[in-house]
Design a protein around this ligand. Structure first.
Ligand code: KG4
Length: 337
């Protein structure tokens, strides 16, 4: 009999539900929240309310798309944290109530491990990374290098000491008036610009940790100084600014990752999280394969930003090992893996 896992993700501003059968995706439904666009960032209170509105229709559609009924499920997996407390409460409470009514077990999933678990989704003809491997996890809230030793055994060997990579994209986009989220717009404009047009600060930190606050300040100071000379500076140089910013972020990310891989003698690397949708970053990973012969794993676009397929994938691995959560499992906003 197949193992059918319903995954539920509600850690930030995406309400998502997915059904996996023996690790293969049967459905993956996400309702994104447009309500935040006009505020230039996620408003936690509005996110919780939208989750409350979306959760039942999204789960209903995920079950329908999968062609199964709730009674067929083996377990319900949910994101317990980290994330926004009000948002998490909706998904966690729903998962518990739903599972309790069905008499099914629940499985708690760490959101960061879920991003990595996108690489464990079973797809016919598609290889999965062999352990141990390094995963660069880059999103709006995190920038980490994880040493992945097994499905549930992950060690953070480097992480940002201030802003995340996605946050750097979002904040720089905001000062250029490009809207939220900034990453996709910067990516699009960067494709038309010169990555060498401007030089921005890069951090000098021991070990494999990251820092993006210096880059952000350097970007802001460049705009401030140039706008004094020419009020249309941003408009005239938008593409070059985006290309140079994107190239700097990628350079910072890849330097530590490749150094860590060399130090640890690891030649399998993966990337995950919202920023892994960035075409420049994906190309940089592909180059590691062509120039060094490393095994490289880049997720499908649909599994880069927050989604429940990755949650169900992590849940499936826990189910296989018989690891279930208790009904008193409460969400948490911050954590280490
Ligand atoms: O993983 P995610 O959906 O949410 C969390 O932060 O948990 O990541 C969202 C982040 C945002 O900062 C967004 O700007 C960034 O991912 N992002 C991108 C791209 N698409 C999304 N950054 C750069 N290039 C992209 N194409």
């Amino acid at each position: 009999m197949s193992t059918l896992i319903l995954g539920i993700e509600s850690s930030c501003d995406d309400t998502s539900a997915a059904v996996l059968s023996d690790g293969q995706v049967l459905s993956n439904v996400t309702a994104s929240q447009a309500v935040h666009l006009r505020y230039g960032g996620v408003v936690p209170e509005l996110a919780s309310r939208a989750h409350e509105q979306n959760i039942i229709p999204v789960v209903d559609k995920a079950l329908g798309d999968a062609g199964i009924s709730a009674d067929d499920l083996s377990a319900v997996a949910f994101t317990r944290g980290p994330g926004l407390m009000g948002s998490l409460l909706v998904g966690v409470s729903f998962a518990k109530g739903f599972a309790l009514a069905l008499g099914k077990p629940i499985i708690e999933v760490n959101h960061l491990q879920a991003h990595v678990s996108a690489h464990f989704i079973v797809e016919e003809g598609k290889e999965r990374p062999k352990f141990p491997f390094l995963c660069l996890l880059v999103s709006g809230g995190n920038s980490q290098i994880l040493l992945v030793k097994d499905y549930m055994d992950m060690e953070i060997i480097g992480q940002t000491i201030d802003d995340a990579a996605g946050e750097a994209f979002d904040k720089c986009a905001k000062v250029m008036g490009l809207g939220y989220p900034g990453g996709p717009v910067i990516n699009k404009l960067a494709n038309e610009g010169d990555p060498k047009a401007f030089t921005f600060a890069k951090p000098h930190i021991a070990g494999y940790d990251y820092s993006f606050s210096g880059l952000k300040t350097s970007f802001l100071y460049t705009l401030r100084d140039e706008l004094k000379k020419d009020p249309n500076f941003i408009e005239k140089n938008k593409a070059d600014l985006c290309a140079s910013l994107q190239a700097t972020v990628i350079d910072i990310l890849m330097k530590n990752l490749t150094r860590a891989a060399k130090d640890l003698g690891i030649t399998t690397v993966a990337v995950a999280g919202g920023v892994s949708a960035n075409s420049g970053l994906r190309d940089a990973f592909e180059r590691l394969h062509t120039s060094r012969g490393w095994d490289v794993f880049v997720p499908k676009f649909s599994y880069t930003t927050d989604n429940a397929a990755m949650v169900a994938s992590a849940g499936y691995r826990k189910f296989e090992k018989g690891i279930f959560a208790d009904m008193d499992a409460a969400p948490f906003s911050r954590t280490v893996i």
